[in-house]
Design a protein around this ligand. Structure first.
Ligand code: MN
Ligand code: MN
Length: 465
C-alpha cells in the first residue's frame, strides 16, 4: 500500500464534505447575496397567493420583453412568451437557437401555499361577534393560525362576469382579521390534547366585526359587516358563493438574525424557488436552449385540477412549441431536462430526532438536491437516475455553485412529495432541487439568503449549460 500522500491530502482527495457558503465567499459575493435577497423579499410581499404571484411574475416578465402567448401564435427564435392559465398558473418560455428536438430546459415550482380558504357561505353572527368560516388548504398546522393577525386576499367573481380584487390587512393602518384562541386559565383540557387535534378545523373562524348596524332587529353585526363590504367592494352575501378568498398571515417579510443572514416570511414554500427560476430565466437570454419556467398552482393539495402540475396545459404548450418548430414531440420530451424546484426541510438542531443529520440539508450550505422524495420505502417518488444526477453535479461544479443533498427526514418519520413525478411521467429527466426551509408551512417560515442565491446560480447554470 503506497503512502505517498499525507492523511490531510488523502482526505481532501477522497472524502466528501458539505461546503458552507460563508467559508469561502468573498465580500463581493456576500454583497451580491444580500442585494439579491432584497428583490426576493419584495416579491414575497407582492405575491402572497398564487393569483398575486402570477400577476407579479407577469409584470417582471413584461419588463424583460416577454409577451402574452396565445395558442397557435407564430413563434420566433429568441422570442420570449408567457401563457397565463386561469390567473393561477403561469408558463414562461424563451425559444433558443438549438433545435427544440434536442430537448428543452424546464424549471417547475409552485406558487400556492398553505392557508385558510373562506367557505362559500361563510358569514355568521354569534354572541356579539361576526365571523367568516374557513376551510384549511394544504398542510396547515392549525394551532399556528390562532391569535395572530391575518389578512384576506383573493377575488370575488360577480354574476355579471366582473371580478373584484380583495386585499384587506396588508397596508399599514388596514384592519386585520383574527382567530380566537383559548386563554391558558381555561385551557386545561385543550392543553392535554395532541397538537393536531387541539384546534379543530371548524373553530378556525375569522373574527370580522363586533359592531351592530343601528336599529337592525336581528343579526345586526353581520349586517354591518355586509354593509362595509358592499360599500368597499360592491358585493353582497350571495357573492361569497363565487369567490376565491384566502386568509394569510398579515406580516411582511423580515430579516431574521442580527447578521440579517436569514429571511422570515409567509410562503417561502415555494416562492423561494419560483423567484430564482424567474431571475435565472431573465439572466440567460444568451442561452441556446429553449427554456420553460412553470409556476404551478395546487401543489399543496396534490397538483390536481386544471391549474395543477397534472393539468395537460404543460404538455399542450410544449406540443404547440414542437409543432411550430417542426420537431417531434416524443423525441423532444425524451431529450428534455427538468429541475423540479421545491423546498426541502432544513436540518433543525431543535428537533434532531426527526432528521438523518448526514443526509439532511444544512443552513447556508447551498441549494439542496433531493434525488428522491416520497414516503417510507420511497413510495410515490420519481427518483432521478444516477446518470442525471451526475450530469447536474457536473454543470453545477463548472459554475462553482455551492449545493448539497437533502433527504427530508428519517425514513420512518414521515415524508413528502413535489411536482417532480408529474413531470417524470412524460418521460422527462427530472430531479428535485430547491432551498432548505426551517418551520416549513408555518405562517412564518425561515430561509437563508445564501441558499436562495445558490438556487439562482444553480438555475442559471441549468438553463445555460
Ligand atoms: Mn413546496
Ligand atoms: Mn409545501
Amino acid at each position: 500500500m503506497a503512502q505517498n500522500m499525507t492523511a490531510a491530502e488523502l482526505k481532501e482527495k477522497l472524502c466528501y464534505k458539505k461546503t458552507n457558503f460563508y467559508d469561502n465567499a468573498t465580500d463581493a459575493e456576500i454583497d451580491a447575496v444580500y442585494d439579491y435577497s432584497n428583490g426576493y423579499s419584495k416579491f414575497l410581499d407582492d405575491a402572497k397567493t398564487e393569483r398575486e404571484a402570477v400577476k407579479t411574475a407577469i409584470a417582471m416578465a413584461e419588463a424583460q420583453g416577454y409577451v402574452p402567448y396565445t395558442v397557435g401564435m407564430q413563434l420566433k427564435v429568441g422570442g420570449k412568451y408567457y401563457y397565463n392559465n386561469r390567473a393561477r398558473y403561469l408558463i414562461l418560455f424563451r425559444i433558443g437557437s438549438e433545435p427544440v428536438e434536442n430537448g428543452v430546459r424546464i424549471i417547475a415550482s409552485h406558487i400556492d401555499n398553505p392557508r385558510l380558504d373562506v367557505k362559500q357561505v361563510p358569514l355568521y353572527e354569534d354572541n356579539g361577534f361576526a365571523f367568516l368560516k374557513t376551510h384549511y388548504y394544504g398542510g396547515v398546522r392549525k394551532y399556528q393560525w390562532v391569535a395572530t393577525p391575518l389578512s384576506l386576499h383573493g377575488v370575488v367573481s360577480l354574476k355579471d362576469g366582473s371580478v373584484v380584487d380583495v386585499i384587506i390587512g396588508e397596508d399599514e393602518g388596514d384592519p386585520v382579521l383574527y382567530i380566537n384562541d383559548l386563554l391558558p386559565h381555561l385551557a386545561q383540557e385543550q392543553s392535554k390534547k395532541p397538537l393536531g387535534s387541539a384546534i379543530p378545523a371548524e373553530s378556525l373562524n375569522l373574527l370580522i366585526g363586533s359592531r351592530p348596524y343601528p336599529d337592525a332587529e336581528s343579526e345586526a353585526i353581520k349586517l354591518n359587516v355586509l354593509n362595509i363590504l358592499n360599500e368597499k367592494y360592491g358585493i353582497t352575501e350571495e357573492d361569497f358563493l363565487s369567490a376565491d378568498l384566502y386568509a394569510t398571515p398579515a406580516a411582511k417579510a423580515r430579516d431574521v438574525g442580527l447578521d440579517r443572514s436569514l429571511i422570515g416570511a409567509y410562503g417561502h414554500d415555494d416562492r423561494v424557488c419560483a423567484y430564482p427560476s424567474l431571475t435565472a430565466l431573465f439572466e440567460t437570454d444568451d442561452s441556446e436552449h429553449t427554456a420553460i419556467i412553470i409556476l404551478a398552482d395546487k401543489e399543496e393539495t396534490g397538483s390536481d385540477g386544471n391549474t395543477g402540475m397534472q393539468s395537460a396545459v404543460f404538455t399542450d404548450i410544449l406540443s404547440e412549441i414542437t409543432a411550430w418548430a417542426g420537431a417531434n414531440l416524443t423525441a423532444t420530451k425524451a431529450n428534455s431536462k427538468c429541475f423540479s424546484s421545491d423546498v426541502t426541510a432544513c436540518y433543525d438542531p431543535n428537533f434532531p430526532e426527526v432528521f438523518d443529520a448526514k443526509n439532511s440539508a444544512k443552513i447556508n450550505c447551498g441549494v439542496a438536491m433531493s434525488k428522491y422524495t416520497g414516503h417510507g420505502g420511497k413510495g410515490g417518488t420519481s427518483e432521478a437516475s444516477a446518470e442525471f444526477v451526475a450530469w447536474v453535479r457536473r454543470i453545477l461544479a463548472e459554475d462553482g455553485v455551492i449545493w448539497q443533498t437533502a433527504d427530508l427526514g428519517k425514513a420512518d418519520v414521515g415524508g413528502g412529495g413535489t411536482v417532480a413525478k408529474f413531470i417524470a411521467k412524460h418521460n422527462i429527466d427530472v430531479v428535485d432541487i430547491g432551498v432548505p426551509v426551517i418551520s416549513m408551512h408555518a405562517p412564518c417560515e425561515v430561509i437563508s439568503k445564501a441558499d436562495i442565491w445558490c438556487a439562482h446560480r444553480a438555475f442559471v447554470a441549468f438553463l445555460r449549460k
